[in-house]
Design a protein. Structure first.
Length: 475
């Protein structure tokens, strides 16, 4: 902070909030020093209210939320139908213990989620037993813990394969920040420090199409990664209880995308090796990649499906873990220890469930997926010219996620420690976009668009113009 920012009498309203904030808050995923010592280079953005795709400041300055507030928001900020559903629910039942009690929003939401969950049909009309039960947690990482523990505990209850204690995860994956979720993630910046505390999964190579060799198709790259996974599973017979992956897009890993054929192969391999498949659709679920769920693009159904972020339209924290009947049945017993005793105080909170039901209603009433197809087409058109920019290595898209990857900056270290914050490329791009009224948060060398679905043509044009300016600022 500079000296001016410390004297509240000469600050404008936004600066006053910045000053009060920095006096008391410790922000997530943030090196606080960047705000404290370099506040001018990387200013906090005080937000007074949200309106559709806009974040509105205390001075009424508008900033386009091109990242849907950490990929949570679906239909715009303060969407009136969801806001009303929460208000109605708050006047009726705000919270109740979900052990031993039941409430309509939790039941109705579970019914609705199971009805839209990915299904796998065999050619002869038969198919895999559908996802049949919903377990609630209250954020994404907590939901990952649930899925990992459920998979392990299921084998433990069965008792005949005591060595099935390991997880398979993919390189460059991200599943959250709690110890278990971090264990199955592979982003060094988040994982390295805590490595002594973490479980050690078996990492299989990511099917990331960006890593395809010259002339290799995305599908061939995916097949090669699946072959490597097959080899890994062969090498560890009877040791693995579950494989976890982010279908179609490794979001925190830089919006890296893969061909759906990989998911088909993984499903087959999990079946052959008796391993549960956990699909983490926390970031990609609810229409982000074009279909309601990314697994649909491969026609597969996981054994456990984790949903959060957009689940409530981006209003409230909630996670739903969907499980097959067979997994649920594995815990039925007279012994309490064989039950799944995992709990969170706010599991299945009625306000969050009401928001999620209202969000599912909007999918139906507004034909959201069809509208998104049109918007995604416009995004593709606007981004196509970036492919010719000398700094750009790749432009890729999966539905409402579009990423522009720059060639690596010569000499940059992974966390940029060597370079003064204000001179780093990421903060420069971030600041250039913010100055033009767009919130873009580059992931390393990757600029991406993951806007609320309500983004309109004018806002898309602003996003494209601003992205060009941000890329130029990287030069
Ligand atoms: C794929 C994926 N899984 C899990 C999480 C963790 O969710 P939360 O931040 O709610 O703990 C995230 C968050 O970004 C995510 O992208």
């Amino acid at each position: 902070m500079n000296a001016k920012a410390h004297d509240p009498s000469i600050l404008n309203e936004a600066d006053r909030w910045r000053s009060r904030d920095l006096a008391v808050l410790w922000h997530p995923c943030t090196q606080m020093r960047e705000h404290l010592s370099h506040g001018d280079a990387l200013p906090l953005l005080p937000v007074a209210r949200g309106e559709g795709a806009w974040l509105v400041g205390h001075d009424d300055r508008r900033t386009l939320d091109a990242v849907s507030s950490w990929w949570t928001n679906l239909f715009g900020h303060a969407e009136p139908r969801i806001a009303e559903a929460i208000a109605r629910q708050a006047r009726t039942l705000e919270q109740v213990i979900l052990a031993g009690c039941s409430h309509a929003p939790a039941v109705e939401l579970a019914e609705r989620l199971l009805a839209v969950a990915p299904r796998e049909y065999a050619g002869n009309g038969g198919g895999r037993d559908p996802l049949a039960k919903v377990f609630y947690a209250d954020n994404g990482s907590a939901g990952i813990e649930v899925a990992l523990k459920m998979a392990f505990h299921w084998f433990h209850n069965r008792g005949d394969e005591p060595r099935r204690t390991r997880f398979v995860s993919l390189t460059n994956s991200y599943h959250g920040e709690t110890i278990g979720a971090l264990s199955v993630g592979d982003i060094p910046l988040y994982r390295r420090v805590y490595a002594p505390l973490l479980l050690e999964p078996l990492f299989a190579p990511s099917p990331d199409a960006f890593l395809a060799r010259d002339g290799q198709s995305a599908a061939a790259c995916a097949e090669e990664a699946a072959d490597a996974l097959a080899h890994l599973l062969d090498e560890h017979p009877g040791e693995v209880c579950a494989l976890i992956l982010e279908p179609r897009v490794q979001c925190a890993g830089g919006m890296r995308m893969h061909d759906p054929v990989y998911l088909k192969r993984v499903r087959e391999l999990c079946d052959v090796h008796g391993v549960f498949l956990i699909a983490d659709e926390i970031a990609v679920g609810f229409g982000r990649t074009g279909t309601m769920f990314a697994c649909e693009q491969a026609g597969i159904q996981p054994d456990l499906l984790c949903l959060s972020k957009g689940l409530t339209g981006g209003f409230l924290p909630l996670c739903a873990v969907l499980a097959t009947q067979a997994i649920y049945d594995g815990f039925l017993d007279d012994s309490r220890e064989r039950a799944f005793l995992h709990s969170h105080s706010y599991s299945g909170n009625p306000l969050a469930c009401a928001a999620a039901i209202a969000s599912l209603d909007i999918f139906e009433s507004d034909d959201v997926l069809a509208r998104n197809r049109v918007t995604a087409g416009k995004m593709a058109q606007l981004a196509a010219p970036f492919a010719d920019h000398p700094l750009v290595a790749d432009v890729r898209q999966a539905g409402m996620i579009l990423a522009i990857e720059l060639h690596p900056e010569p000499g940059a270290s992974e966390d940029g420690n060597a370079v003064e914050i204000a001179n780093r490329r990421g903060p420069r791009m971030y600041r250039a976009a913010l100055d033009r009224g767009v919130l873009l948060r580059p992931l390393g060398d990757v600029l991406y668009w993951m806007p609320p679905y309500c983004i309109d043509d004018e806002q898309l044009a602003l996003l494209a113009d601003t992205t060009r300016a941000a890329i130029d600022a990287a030069a």
